[in-house]
Each structure stands twice: as structure tokens, then as C-alpha cells.
Design a binder for this molecule. Sequence first.
Ligand SMILES: [Fe+2]
Length: 183
Amino acid sequence: MTYRFIKDFLQEGKPDKLEIKNLPYKVGDLDPAISENTINYHYGKLAKTYAERYNKGEGDLKFNEAGVFLHNILFQQYQAPIGTNKPKGKIAEFIDKHYESFDKFKEEFEKTAMGIQGSGWVYLAKDGKIKTITNHEIKKDIVVLVDWWEHAWALDYQADKKKYLNNQWKIINWEHINESSTI
Ligand SMILES: [Fe+2]
């Protein structure tokens, strides 16, 4: 019995090979919301390492699989910063229905995010709630996702996580959210 076979047997239903999707923009395009340095590290190195480790059967497979899953959502939902960026179409209606306005939604999102202790994620879920993820976990109800791990903000924002979050709203590609989500 090969190691790969044993691994697949134990991890029934798990994919054999994972990869981080290509960026739909250039590495420097998100600057200054996310610098080229951060993208090079976060996307180019860290996220790809989760896939490499999973593919080699190294470390915690569940953790690495979820890391690939989450970063594949994260990096696909961005676009170059727009100062006046705001939700449009069905996601705008969805946010207004659950939070009255985009501003109120952002307030609630910030409150939840700032309450996270340690490494994690915060996201708008398909049921309209704002939810958190500790470390990494595969969730099938993600509509909009923000990475709250230190590696996502520390290089560009030091400790100013509120500013990091505020700038996230400038780079969310709401058209992509509308196309990729089943809300
Ligand atoms: Fe991350």
C-alpha cells in the first residue's frame, strides 16, 4: 500500500491535488489597500504553501485544505481600489435587507471582526449574518470574506486593523460577488 493510497483512504472524499487560483489582477493592483509586498507574501508564498503542503501530504491536511479553500475565495473577490466603491445589484439589496444600509453593515462587520481573538476570518454569510472562522475552516455559506490573520494586515497597517478593514471595502469587486454567490 502506497503512502498516497493510505492517505486517500483515511481522507475519504478529499481531493487529491489542490491549487491556488491565478489572480484576476496584477500583484501591485490592490495598492495601497494591499501592497504588492503583502500580495507577494500572502498570495505568492503563504497561500501557495498551504496547497503545496496539502499536495505533499505534509502537516494538518484539513487545515491546509481549508487554507486553500478560503484564500481561493479571498483573492478572487478583489479589484483595484475605488474610493467610492459600494455594493451594487443583488448584493446591495441583500445588505440593505439585513442591515438597512451599507454603512450599518460595515459597522456591524467591524464590531464582529474586532472581537476576534487570535487568527481567524470574518464573513458575510448567505443567511445575512456576519460570522467568524477560527484559524481555517471550509464554509459553504461565504458571500464576502475578510482575512483577519495577522499576515493579511500587519505589513501594511501595523496594528491598525480598522483601517485595514476600511480599505477592504475599496477593493471588493461587488460584481464578482454578485456573479459568484447564490444569495
Ligand atoms: Fe491569509
